[in-house]
Design a protein around this ligand. Structure first.
Ligand code: ATP
Ligand code: MG
Length: 566
């Protein structure tokens, strides 16, 4: 491709609405163009990268025995009502009506469609197991689309769905997919960590997320991990507390004045105790109902765990006036005691289990109870956020924390969709049984952005070879110089014949401009044809290392082969 013909426009400045470096670089280097919030056009350079990632995904999925199909993007409400997700999916599901007044939606995922596709075709156990996948646009009306392609509203996903006659066979396929995912990301040049995770709206019991670990906030997931191999998303991680028992050492229970002590820190300081001797009450509204979550003072609530424990679809912190109205209490001084249990649900985190003679809100402004103890028969649940340094649940060594971009996700669904949708096969005994299912997603467009988050410098993108839009950029320094143009064109033809993807920067711009664009776009190799051609030499530059060597044109071709065709 001649650079003068390539449909690309690089910008001098980063866009001012971008935070993530991948977003900044994708726009500035001319890969994407915004159409609306969270909705982008993939320009030719990006489309080439996406095609390469998709082809790697296809090759590995096909090698695992899966088969590709393509399902509709616009879906009728009925199948979502059947699976009971029409309501549950919430506002991320973009709904619309067709001209006949039928309710429809744009696909955020395809469990419903694939389940209805397979049932009626794979009617016998003899046709199972099956794994079917597609690579397709998804739409999710994300509450906070951000970071460019990392969290778009419209994005490209590979989604696969498997169908089995037993849990054991599902587990076998799950392992196959786990290995397939590791291979896919490795071939894309990305190291990933498979971490245990919450199953969220997709549902099911066991799931793992494939994380690209990063140290910036674009890694929206906190990951806790240990050298022993344990690793989990913070919404699923568990730990052993450093101190399992705490004692406030108050001799008796009494109400004390604690003026202006609305936070745990203020209260601990005022009473001269450790935060872990305070039983903290955190109030929420879960699906319109009031809830109090009780937790040890040094710990925080993990809201996904809380939602799961409540089986709620939506939660939010309670407003101050709601505390007074629903709890007959006062913000900052809430207690679980004296609440009307028919109206307010109270949950206790495991961390409260070992507390004695602790401090508790008195439900009165500026007052707390000291020397309180827990009532009998309390049930404890895990609703707390793990803290760095707490101990690994497997080997009891301190847990470490990092951030991750989730590029893929695998789930054991079981019969979560097949049962409500009545999707069954006939088993060996002639009985109807619901399929046991798994599902496996990869964010193809997110993977492209994640690669940039990992591989860039102050000059631009540094594409891993396997997913680079082009491999080699040939830059004649002076396009009016016949000798330079002849050598450059000759190199271009020869590399093309070798099926090496090459750009000839035939623009009449200054060499400096072309070098800047080469670095910004991130071609793995740049070959500069300049004055040294009089000595029979070109300049060969490797983007990743910055290494520059002088070679003859033939040697440059050999070097390209060595780097690119192995
Ligand atoms: P997240 O927690 O980031 O919202 P998810 O759990 O909702 O992700 P899945 O439903 O498992 O995502 O979708 C499969 C894959 O699709 C994810 O692993 C991710 O790579 C990608 N993906 C999900 N949402 C988006 C989005 N808004 N923009 C880009 N890619 C996305
Ligand atoms: Mg999501």
């Amino acid at each position: 491709m001649k650079m003068s013909k390539l449909f690309v426009q690089t910008l001098r400045e980063y866009p001012n609405d971008a935070e993530a470096i991948s977003h900044k670089l994708l726009v500035r280097a001319g890969f994407i163009k915004k159409l609306a919030n969270g909705i982008y056009t993939y320009l030719p350079l990006a489309q080439r990268v996406l095609t390469k990632i998709s082809n790697i995904v296809r090759e590995e999925m096909d090698a695992s025995g899966a088969q590709e199909l393509l399902m509709p993007f616009v879906q009728p409400a009925e199948i979502w009502q059947k699976s009971q997700r029409w309501q549950k999916y919430g506002k991320e599901l973009l709904r619309c009506e067709d001209r006949h007044g039928n309710q429809m939606c744009l696909a955020p995922t395809h469990e419903e469609v694939i389940t209805s596709v397979v049932s009626g075709i794979a009617t016998s156990y003899k046709q199972l197991p099956l794994n079917l996948y597609q690579i397709q646009t998804k739409f999710r009306d994300e509450i906070r689309p951000r970071f460019g392609l990392l969290r778009g509203r419209e994005f490209i996903m590979k989604d696969a769905y498997s169908f089995h006659t037993s849990q054991k066979d599902l587990e076998r396929e799950y392992e196959v997919m786990a290995q397939t995912y590791t291979n896919i990301f490795k071939r894309c040049g990305l190291e990933t960590k498979a971490v245990q995770s919450d199953s969220g709206a997709i549902g099911g019991a066991v799931s793992h997320e494939y994380m690209v670990l990063v140290d910036t906030s674009v890694g929206e997931n906190d990951v806790f991990y240990c050298d022993c191999g344990y690793s989990a998303n913070s919404n699923h991680a568990i730990s052993i507390l450093n101190k399992e028992e705490t004692n406030g050492n108050f001799k008796e229970e009494k109400i004390v004045d604690t003026p202006n002590t609305k936070t745990i820190e203020e209260l601990a300081k005022f009473l001269n105790i450790e935060p872990d001797c305070i039983l903290k009450a955190v109030a929420y509204i879960a699906d319109s109902k009031p809830v109090i979550a009780m937790i040890r003072g040094d710990k925080e609530i993990e809201e996904t765990k809380l939602m799961n424990a409540l089986n709620a679809l939506e939660i939010r912190p309670m407003e101050n006036d709601e505390v007074i109205e629903y709890l007959n209490s006062y913000p900052g001084f809430i207690s679980h005691r004296d609440v009307d249990s028919s109206k307010v649900r109270v949950l206790f985190d495991n961390s409260a289990k070992g507390m004695k003679n602790f401090v508790l809100g008195a439900n009165i402004k500026d007052k707390h109870i000291t020397g309180a103890n827990l009532e009998k028969d309390i049930e404890f649940v895990d609703i707390s956020l793990v803290k760095e340094g707490e101990l690994c649940p497997i080997c009891h060594k301190p847990l470490k924390k990092t951030k991750g971009i989730e590029v893929g996700n695998i789930f054991q669904l079981g019969t979560k969709y097949s049962s409500p949708m009545n999707a069954c096969y006939t088993d060996e005994q002639g009985q109807l049984k619901p399929y046991i299912m798994g599902c496996y997603g990869i964010g193809v467009s997110r993977t492209m952005a994640a690669a940039i988050e990992k591989y860039h410098d102050e000059h631009g993108i540094i594409w891993p070879i396997a997913i680079a839009p082009y491999h080699v950029d040939i830059v004649p320094v002076n396009c009016d110089d016949e000798e330079q143009m002849k050598i450059a064109s000759d190199l271009y033809d020869k590399l093309q014949k070798l099926n090496i993807e090459v750009i000839l920067d035939d623009r009449k711009d200054r060499a400096g401009v072309k070098f800047k664009d080469a670095d910004l776009i991130g071609f793995p190799i740049r070959i500069t044809v300049g004055k040294t051609i009089s000595e029979g030499l070109v300049e060969f530059k490797i983007r990743k290392t910055g290494e520059v060597i002088k070679l003859s044109p033939d040697e440059a071709i050999e070097k390209c082969k060595e780097i690119l065709l192995n």
